[in-house]
Each structure stands twice: as structure tokens, then as C-alpha cells.
Design a protein around this ligand. Structure first.
Ligand code: PEP
Ligand code: MN
Length: 338
């Protein structure tokens, strides 16, 4: 249930109202806007009577929330959430953030080399997988801790924060120590024990959309992380599996405004995994910016033909730089910077 209070309500009246709900075993989330104070009640609200709540002079409006997600719901938190990653802000009307790097981390030298190249092109963060969720158990599984440490060295060299996938709660301490943004991959979007575990972490989470997840299921996964105590969730659309075979996955740009309407969380788009084809990355990236995304995550490799994974959907650094030029123009056309 959402209770909107008048902004002029005295602090004591607000506290009294909150206490009255808490005494009924409800959790109250507060959000202070310019013109209103929004209280989001989580728990069994069937016991509450709207008319009695409205009888309070400071209450402006009472709404029952039909959606199963509360903390992620824009009704609970009308303002955009802006997430800070080492001073880089994602969401709201902030600059569009670019995350770029190889699919898999392939050793220290190539990692530093690609980090320098994507930084020079204009990237804000370095992506790369050290723990890889591969369809085949015989495929390269990632360098593990060594790969994480390669990324740390690349961060030291370039200053770029690092984004990498967590597959197992056993690595949480390592990620708390070294990683800036914890990626939850498509295949783990509904691994609820892992979601609860990252919900107890103190790092922003990049939550990829599941392989065939509905938008509501995806938002419910964000809700799991938030309900466990971590409010810093960045949604990442990477396409879903459909009957269409021309692209690796199918990405509907309508998802971007839908996430913005339903939630207050930032959304980043991954045109590499969405298409599976480097030639389609640029047009899909531009469409995502036009549709209002807050960032892009793109696979970039010095030699895509030799990449240890996902070479076919990786850009060379010069093509990535060319994409950024065009992306700037599109961002400007929709009132954003990049
Ligand atoms: C990746 O980012 O390399 C990855 C494995 O992505 P996804 O989980 O979206 O398939
Ligand atoms: Mn990949």
C-alpha cells in the first residue's frame, strides 16, 4: 500500500503515522519528494482500512499496489534511483554509462590492453567474465580468481571500475574485496538463494534478464535483492529466447520505457548478447539509447576472431569508438549526454 502525505506534514505527525503502521507489523519505506512524502507499506495490508487512513489530515492519498513487487515499484519511490559506482552515476538524467570489454578475461596483458583501448574510446567501466556460465562443461570456464585479479590490475592502470559475473555465493568475499559491480547472469536470474546472498552485499548489482523471463519475473528478481537489503540494482536487458533464429536472442526496445514506468531502477542494455552478431551491435545500441536506456554493456575484443568466447558478438576497439560517436548524437537528440 502507498500512502502519500502532504510535504507540509510536520515531522512529528509523519513519525506518528509511521509508528502506527509499524505497530501493526508492517515495514514502512519512506521517500521524500519535492511535493510529497511517500510511505510504502510492506506486509499484510489487508488489515488496513483506506478510509480510516484518509481521515488523517496529513494524508493526501492511499493506493493499494496490485503489482507483486514493492521496493522496486515506482509507486513506492517516484524518483529515479541513481546508483554511484566509484563516482560514476547511473540512472535518472545522468550521463549514459558505457561498460565495455571482453566476454571472458584471457590473462593480464590482453586485459590491460583492452582496458586501455576501451577507455581511450570513451568507456566508463571495464566488463569481463572470470567465472563463465558456459552451455558446455567442456568449454572454457573462466580464469576464476586469476581473472578477477587481472581486472583489478587493469583498474589500477586505467581507473575504470570493473563489472564481472558472480555465479556462486562462495565467491562473495572475493567480490566484496575486488569488484565494483556484481553481475548476475541471465542463467542465474532466478537463482533465489544467490539473489538473497547478493542482497546482503554492499556492491551494486547488474541484474541481467533471464533467458526467457517475463518483465514481471525479472522485476521480482530485483525485488529479491532489494528485500534482502541491497537497494542498488541496475537492470540489464540482453534479449530473451523466442522462436526467431536470425538473432541470438530477441530484444524488444519497449522493455526500456516499461522498466522505467514500473520501477525506479536504472536500465542498461547489452546489444552483444541481444543480437549475437557484431554487425547488429551498433544499430541496436543506438535504438536502446533512443528508447531511454541509462547505459550500454558491450563486448569489445582486440582480436574477436581469436576470442575465447563470444567473438562473433564482440566489436573491435575502433568500431566501438565509432559507435560512441553516433551514440552521442542520438543521446543528444533525446536529451541525454554520453
Ligand atoms: C556475459 O555477459 O558474458 C553473459 C554470459 O551474459 P548473459 O548472462 O546475459 O548470457
Ligand atoms: Mn559473453
Amino acid at each position: 500500500m502507498i500512502i502519500t502525505l502532504k510535504r507540509t506534514a510536520p515531522a512529528e505527525a509523519v513519525e506518528n503515522i509511521i509508528r502506527s503502521f509499524e505497530s501493526r507489523n508492517l515495514t514502512v519505506h519512506r521517500s521524500y519528494g519535492e511535493n510529497y512524502i511517500v510511505l510504502g507499506l510492506v506486509g499484510d495490508t489487508t488489515q488496513l482500512d483506506e478510509r480510516s487512513i484518509l481521515a488523517n489530515e496529513w494524508v493526501d492519498n492511499v493506493q493499494r499496489v496490485a503489482a507483486p513487487y514493492k521496493l522496486a515499484n515506482r509507486m513506492f519511490h517516484p524518483e529515479d534511483t541513481i546508483i554511484d559506482v566509484n563516482g560514476i552515476r547511473i540512472g535518472g538524467n545522468e550521463k549514459i554509462v558505457l561498460m565495455a570489454g571482453p566476454c571472458s578475461i584471457e590473462g593480464l596483458e590482453p586485459t590491460i590492453e583492452i582496458a586501455r583501448a576501451v577507455k581511450e574510446a570513451g568507456a566508463d567501466m571495464l566488463r569481463g567474465g572470470a567465472y563463465k556460465p558456459r552451455t558446455s562443461p567442456y568449454a572454457f570456464q573462466g580464469l576464476g580468481t586469476e581473472g578477477i585479479l587481472d581486472m583489478v590490475r587493469a583498474r589500477e592502470e586505467t581507473g575504470l571500475p570493473i563489472v564481472t559475473e558472480l555465479m556462486d555465493a562462495a565467491q562473495i568475499d572475493e567480490f566484496e574485496q575486488y569488484v565494483d559491480v556484481v553481475q548476475i547472469g541471465a542463467r542465474n536470474m532466478q537463482n533465489y538463494t544467490l539473489l538473497k546472498a547478493v542482497g546482503r552485499m554492499h556492491k551494486p548489482v547488474l541484474l541481467k534478464r533471464g533467458m526467457s523471463a517475463t518483465i514481471e519475473e525479472w522485476i521480482m528478481s530485483a525485488e529479491y535483492i532489494m528485500a534482502s537489503g541491497n537497494p542498488d540494482v541496475i537492470m540489464c536487458e540482453r534479449g530473451i529466447r523466442t522462436f526467431e533464429k536470425s538473432t541470438r536472442n530477441t530484444m524488444d526496445p519497449a522493455v526500456i520505457p516499461i522498466i522505467k514506468q514500473r520501477t525506479h531502477l536504472p536500465i542498461v542494455v547489452d546489444p552483444s548478447h541481444a543480437t549475437g552478431d557484431w554487425k547488429l551491435i551498433e544499430p541496436v545500441a543506438l535504438a536502446a539509447i533512443a528508447a531511454g536506456c541509462d547505459g550500454l554493456i558491450i563486448e569489445v575484443h582486440q582480436h574477436p576472431e581469436n576470442a575465447w568466447s563470444d567473438g562473433a558478438q564482440s566489436l573491435k576497439p575502433d568500431r566501438f569508438a565509432a559507435l560512441i560517436e553516433k551514440a552521442r548524437a542520438v543521446a543528444g537528440a533525446v536529451g541525454r549526454e554520453l
